[in-house]
Structures are given as C-alpha cells and as structure tokens.
Design a protein around this ligand. Sequence first.
Ligand code: HEC
Ligand code: HEC
Length: 328
Amino acid sequence: MKRHWLRYGVVVAATTFLILAQDQKTPPWAYALNPPATPGAPAPAAPPADTSLKHVPGSNVGLTLPQTRDLFNPPDWYPDDHPAMPEVVMHGRRPDVRACGYCHLPNGQGRPENASLAGLPAGYIVQQMADYKNGLRKTSESKMGPPTTMLAIGKAANDAEVKAAAEYFASIKPKPWIKVIEAKMVPKTHVSGWMFVETEGAGKGMEPIGSRVIEMPVDLERTELRDSKSSFIAYAPVGSIKKGEALVTTGGAGKTVKCSICHGADLKGIGNVPSISGRSPSYIARQLYDIQQGNRNGPWTQLMKEAVAKLTVDDMVSITAYLASRNP
Ligand code: HEC
Ligand code: HEC
C-alpha cells in the first residue's frame, strides 16, 4: 500500500513538473498573458459608460473611452503626425479585418504586445501577411490574445488591403520609442491588457529583475488611451546591453551569426530584410523564440535559422536589450 502511494506521488510530481516545464518554456516576460478569469465566477458587470471627453498632451482631439476602444475606428490623436491613412489602416473591414491602426497605432509605432510597422520594407510586410495567411507564421503562445488575433487578420485581409497597408507603413519614418534602463531592482509588475504595468497599492514595491526584460509604458494613462506619442521603458539586467552587443556584432564565437550581414551595418534593414534596431524588446524576443521553435517558418525565415539555433533565453534577453537600446 505504502509503495503504491509512493509510486502515485512520483507520477503526480513528474506530471506536475512536465506541465510546469512546458508552461515555463515560452519566456513569460516576452509573452505577457492576462491573468485567467476565475473559473465559475460571473462575468464582471460592465461599468457605466464613461462619456466624458478624454484628451492627451499636444492634441486638440477629444474622445470618450468607448471611442478609444473601437477596433474599426481607432483613436487618431495626432492626424497631422502621419500621411493620410488608407481605409484598411483607419477602419479595417468587418467582421475580421480589424483596423491596422488600432493595434499598430496610426503612425505604426506599435506596442509591446504587437509590433512596430513604421519604416518596414513594403515587400517584407506583404511577405509576412502571406505567411500569416498560409499558416507559416504562428505564435508559440496561443493563449496570448493579440498574436492570435493577428493570425485571423492575416487570413482575412485581401491583396489590395495588404498592399495599401504595406505601402502606408513603409512610408513612415520610425521614431525613438523605447528607453532601455539597466537595473538590478525593478518595480513589481503584473499583466493588464497583454502588457506589463507597474503594480500600485498593496502590491507596490521593488523586486530583483532576474533574467528578464520588462517593458512597460512611461505613462500608463496615455498608453491606455492609445496615445501614439507616449513611449515605453524597458528594464534590462545590468550588463545585458554589452553582452547583447557582443553577440550581435561578432556572432559570439559561433553562438550565432553576425546580424549585420543581412540586417545591414546599422541593423536598420536592407532590401526586404527588416530593421531590428530600436524596436520593442518583447516583440523581438517573441520572434527569436518563435523562429527557433519553428512556429514562424516562412520562406524568408529560413535565413534566420542558423542565427537562432543555439540561442538560450538568456541570450535573447541580452540581444533584445541591446537592439532596443539603439535608434530605430
Ligand atoms: C488586434 C490587434 C492587431 C491588429 C488590428 C492588426 N495587427 Fe498586425 N500584429 C498584431 C500583433 C499582436 C503582431 C505581433 C505578433 C507576434 O508577436 O508575433 C502583429 C504583427 C504584424 C506584422 C509583422 C511585423 C513584423 O515586423 O514582422 C505585420 C506585417 C502586421 N502585423 C500587419 C498588420 C496589418 C497590415 C494590419 C491591418 C490589416 C494589422 N497588422 C492589424 C496585432 C494586430
Ligand atoms: C543570413 C541572413 C540573416 C542573418 C545573419 C540574421 N538575420 Fe534576422 N532576419 C533575416 C531575414 C531574411 C528575416 C525575415 C524573416 C521572415 O521573413 O520571416 C529576419 C528577421 C529577423 C527578425 C524578425 C523581425 C521582425 O520584424 O519580425 C529578428 C528579430 C531578427 N531577424 C533578428 C536577428 C538577429 C538578432 C540576428 C543576429 C544574431 C539576425 N537576425 C541575423 C535574415 C538574417
């Protein structure tokens, strides 16, 4: 009897370990997951609609909260800050093609849970949309809402929409958007809206950074209003920028391949190879990981295989810290 229980205990422990090990495979700092809803709990009652007009600095636009949450008519706080948006960027097409400008912002600067598109080569954007459509670009963490939604958008968008969006975003010059700060201790955070935010109230405090890059809004209120001029901070471990620089610029003695060979001397891209400079470290880490795991596997992705094959998640911390610290 005793032996039976012992064996049972070992099986339970092994199973738990396997589940935990699997759960911990995708780096949680790169794939921010909203906390799961409590099973069986009733859905929270919708708060009464806040109909007051909101404003952001340097803009004459006034919008209500529900207006800032419209996936088919996203907030455009600074209409003079970007060229005229094509229909697909400004409104999308119901039911599945949500407006590109909602998630990626009208100026294409993007957010940690999606991607910056400003200044990417049009041919590259077209190829990525084809990869989404053909099931060659997936995510390693399907519980993360935004990448999963992007897959559906890629499947639904037609060629004319893709072309218009690609030409639009390619025509915009990306602006500095991420400030990397190396630190031993960082503010305690939790995930809200698929993004890390500083914990306030009882849970407020500092904690060791560990081996993570923690990207969060400089001004949460403005970011929540989808202000396309309110930027991000990325905390990174002390020394990570230098380690990342060594890997990126030398290949780390066979650990990876010098990135400039394909991404250009300034890492801002050549031809249809995208820029990797000054972009969201969470986004870039997800790509390195997705490519390594074979979840991103388009025709052009093959050129990346050797560069990611031997990278550990710690290497990805360093590489993304370094890349994000550069100008876009
Ligand atoms: C619901 C939010 C959302 C909307 C709307 C959206 N995207 Fe995305 N998009 C994402 C997310 C999230 C990712 C990054 C997925 C990941 O982390 O791998 C992404 C990634 C991309 C990429 C890859 C960028 C790169 O550097 O490889 C392209 C291209 C893209 N989107 C184009 C579009 C276009 C064009 C539209 C409009 C037709 C659009 N997106 C609408 C969420 C969105
Ligand atoms: C042999 C050429 C080559 C080398 C070397 C290379 N890359 Fe790439 N990289 C590419 C190509 C091509 C793509 C586009 C892949 C696709 O279409 O899926 C890409 C895409 C990426 C992406 C995804 C960008 C996005 O917008 O989603 C990241 C991140 C990246 N590379 C990082 C690196 C890093 C870091 C290094 C060096 C350690 C590196 N690459 C070395 C060719 C290369």
